[in-house]
Design a protein around this ligand. Structure first.
Ligand code: KIV
Ligand code: ZN
Length: 510
């Protein structure tokens, strides 16, 4: 019989540690809702002791989300553990996830503790956490570079103290699959009470081996995989959830293991994460990359037309990629839109959100002949992930050409007051950004700018992604419109509105 692998999603915690991938409270909540739809077993919602903002995000998720266990990360000290518990105590089967390093490098240089002190601290703090809940996970940070007999001693002691999940992270992404698999086997064979706990793995991708290592681990007895959507995470990232899940599903006959993930929600979730974090997915990324199901060579195209399985091992529909892509036209009504949006995995939109999406849809459908799923998705993201607008675009006129000086005239609503100006620039987008900067008075720096076309054809919507920084705070902004200068202005303003929102939020939590 196929055994279940528990999926522990850490996109909201380790994923957010990707440089520049910060998410606000609404975005985190939206993602948590989507993770429930995917049917992950555990959502690691954050690290409550890290800041008041983190605490609030985790609490908001724990208080309101049902359908998955909610975990909070904490260091091995009383204050962190107490704070984590305060954040998650109203959650569904809340999990305290506490960690302490066990490798000689970390114990000596970072913790400045002897192995005996580490053992004692881990045991005492797990016992403290277990007073709150029987759902306690202990992670031996940098486990793969630790002495295995020492890890066995620590794991046995924390099981006795109340831990029910033991995590063996490859924190630095150093392990090789055969080696990591053998380490897991060793633990399975040398921890006397291992049958009283679930062994978990958490791999980083520094050598591009996170998925391979996770697979080796579950083939040797681990039963929980910690992973993120799109493989986001600290440095080179974590194990990509979509890859592990689809490996187990596609090669079920060999793996003999399964997850509860509803794979049809994988692609919408990947797009949601990419839009929220401003981290594009590389086109050749397995499972969710734009090219993952495209066949370029004529021989391949011919083969697939004759029999899909000649060159396709996964049906794109199984991961939520629809192939008949034209969805709606300008005469489609609100009802059709609601059905389509739900079919795409966004069934939790409120009436107000749906109304805004419908209004935008009508405007874009008037300009374009055909609306594709990607067009609709860009509108949904734009409307649903919106933060309160401190700055609102009222009018934009830009001029450029091979002989004229690029100019932009912009009118904004700034704190309820109409303001307008005109600016010159290197190109029309530069001129537009200068005018917006002048009207908003922003001192932020533009770190990243990208334009892409959402679908093919000259009538396609342009999608612009920006990343901006102000006083150490980095946010992303995205905007979509058939006119790319308007899309760029929208993206810039979304970013600026997010910065304003962050400033107000941090003042509020001071
Ligand atoms: O990489 C790591 O070791 C971690 C732990 C905190 C689980 O993220
Ligand atoms: Zn990690």
């Amino acid at each position: 019989m196929s055994e279940k692998i528990f999926i522990f999603d850490t996109t909201l915690r380790d994923g957010e540690q990707s440089p520049g991938a910060t998410m606000n409270i609404h975005e985190k909540f939206r993602l948590a809702q989507q993770l429930v739809k995917l049917r992950v077993d555990v959502i690691e919602a954050g690290f409550p002791a890290a800041s008041p903002g983190d605490f609030e995000c985790v609490k908001n998720i724990a208080d309101n989300i049902r359908g998955a266990q909610i975990a909070a990360l904490c260091r091995c000290n009383v204050k962190d553990i107490d704070t984590a518990w305060q954040a998650i105590k109203n959650g569904e089967n809340p999990r305290i996830h506490t960690f302490l390093a066990t490798s000689p490098i970390h114990m000596q240089h970072k913790l400045r503790l002897t192995p005996e002190q580490v053992l004692e601290k881990a045991t005492a703090m797990v016992a403290h956490a277990a007073r709150y809940t029987s759902n306690v996970e202990f992670s031996a940070e940098d486990a793969s570079r630790s002495d295995l007999d020492f890890v066995c001693r620590v794991f046995e002691a924390v099981i006795q103290a109340g831990a029910t999940t033991l995590n063996f992270p490859d924190t630095t992404g150093y392990a090789l699959p055969d080696e990591y698999g053998a380490q897991i086997r060793y633990l399975m064979e040398h921890i006397p009470s291992i049958d009283q706990a679930v062994l978990s793995v958490h791999c980083h991708n520094d050598l591009g081996l996170a998925v391979a290592n996770s697979l080796a681990a579950i083939n040797n007895g681990a039963r929980q995989v910690e992973c993120t959507i799109n493989g986001l995470g600290e440095r080179a990232g974590n194990t990509a959830m979509e890859e592990v899940v689809m490996i187990l599903r596609t090669r079920a006959e060999r793996a003999g293991l399964h997850t509860d993930i509803v794979t049809e929600h994988i692609y919408p979730t990947s797009r949601l994460v990419s839009t929220i974090t401003g981290m594009p997915v590389q086109p050749n990324k397995a499972i969710v990359g734009a090219n993952a199901f495209l066949h370029e060579s004529g021989i391949h195209q011919d083969g697939v037309l004759k029999e899909r399985s000649t060159y396709e091992i996964i049906n794109p529909k199984d991961v939520g990629i629809s192939t008949s892509n034209i969805v709606l036209g300008k005469h489609s009504g609100r009802h059709a839109l609601r059905d389509k949006v739900a079919e795409m995995g966004y069934s939790s939109l409120s009436e107000d959100e749906l109304n805004r999406v419908f209004a935008r849809f009508k405007v874009v459908a008037d300009l374009k002949k055909e609306m594709f799923e990607e067009d609709l998705e860009a509108i949904i993201m734009d409307e649903v992930l919106r933060v309160p607008e401190s700055f609102k675009l009222l009018h934009l006129g830009a001029m450029s050409g091979s002989r004229s000086l690029p100019t932009a005239a912009v009118k904004l609503l700034v704190a309820g007051e109409e303001k307008e100006t005109a600016s010159l620039g290197i190109g029309p987008i530069d001129a537009t950004f200068r005018a917006i900067a002048q009207l908003t008075g922003t001192t932020s720096k533009l770190l990243y700018f990208s334009v892409s076309s959402i679908t093919g054809g000259t009538d396609a919507q342009g999608e612009v992604m920006v990343r901006i920084e102000d006083n150490g705070k980095v946010v992303v902004g995205q905007g979509a419109d058939p006119d790319i200068i308007t899309a760029a202005a929208k993206a810039y303003l979304t970013g600026l509105n997010r910065l304003e929102y962050l400033k107000k939020e941090s003042k509020r939590s001071e």
